[in-house]
Ligand binder design. Structure first.
Ligand SMILES: [Zn+2]
Length: 315
């Protein structure tokens, strides 16, 4: 049910809301750009128009697959054009020749075709409607959109549509469910070798694992140039899983990190191990001070880090 309902709501709802706001404020939200070139309006409109597809698939656990790239792009473009079409249908000419959106007078759709309307819309910032050579009304919008502009806008709407329509999650074909993701912990570049070597033991050592999770989840800012992130993607039913070890690198002149995809490593844990890790670390908040096992584990890690530092200093 949701799989049909949500796409319709997001498509129709996006068009209705944008046209409503445009008509009230006399703007064209869908053609807003940042710095004149980044078509943020079209991207957002495309995304909102198709986001119901991915949400519907997620909620009903239906496999979407790659065909949603095409479907999303088409819905994105249709949403963008749909806004113009809905504007066309809600544009009226009052008896005194004034353009209005309040159903006063004759609908413009009785006078000109949609194609002609679009041409006028896209050709100038000041829109003047001429009927048999006589100007019947005019209004101004913030920005002109020419044909090249329109192509860029449509591409942006398609990209937004893909972003909204595609479910970026792995799917368990066996159980017909989307997999879930759990961030286990992060490790600094210096600890990487040591942690990876002891990974099999570590994954079975719940207190130590919990301590690592509590300690490492706080902030990435202490990692100067990069870090490694361990993330478990698992099926909530059968616990079939993939453990991703992602190498994250700081973006140049930025406080955020991006993954170095070619350095990504994957491991498959046994479903039993994955299940036990997930259950035992379900509450990954930092342990209370009375919990000596966690404190001990943290101490051990701190000691190891200190040793490492000493090692670096000596060298
Ligand atoms: Zn499964």
């Amino acid at each position: 049910m949701m799989i049909l309902l949500l796409p319709v709501i997001s498509f129709v709802g996006t068009i209705a809301v944008i046209v409503f706001l445009n008509n009230i404020f006399g703007i064209e939200l869908q053609s807003f750009s940042i710095l004149f070139i980044i078509p943020i309006g079209a991207l957002i409109v495309g995304y909102l128009g198709s986001v119901g597809i991915s949400v519907g698939h997620l909620i009903s656990n239906k496999y979407a697959g790659r065909k949603m790239i095409l479907v999303g792009a088409i819905i994105g473009v249709l949403t963008y054009m749909g806004i113009y079409y809905a504007s066309y249908l809600t544009t009226y000419i009052a008896p005194n020749g004034e353009i209005n959106y309040w159903f006063n007078g004759n609908p413009i759709s009785h006078k000109i075709t949609f194609f002609r309307y679009l041409q006028i819309e896209l050709s100038s910032a000041k829109h003047t409607f001429l009927l048999h050579g006589i100007p019947v009304g005019s209004y101004k919008t913030g920005k002109s959109v020419n044909t090249i502009g329109l192509v860029i806008q449509l591409l942006a709407a398609a990209c937004g549509g893909i972003g909204g329509g595609v479910v970026a999650k792995e799917y368990c074909q066996k159980c017909q469910k989307y997999k879930k993701e759990k961030k286990l912990f992060m490790i600094g570049v210096n600890e990487y070798k040591m942690v990876i070597k002891s990974l099999p033991t570590l994954l079975n050592d719940v207190p130590k694992l919990k301590a690592l999770m509590a300690q490492e989840q706080k902030s990435t800012q202490k990692y100067e140039n990069g870090y490694f992130s361990l993330e478990l993607q698992y099926c909530p039913d059968c616990f079939e899983n993939t453990l991703y070890i992602k190498a994250m690198k700081r973006k140049p002149k930025s406080s955020s990190f991006e993954e170095v995809i070619k350095m990504r490593q994957t491991l498959n844990l046994s479903p039993e191990l994955a299940k036990s890790i997930l259950i035992s670390t379900a509450d990954s908040k930092i342990g209370t001070t009375e919990d000596t096992s966690i404190t001990n584990a943290s101490t051990q890690i701190n000691t190891l880090q200190r040793d490492k530092q000493i090692g670096t200093t000596v060298r």
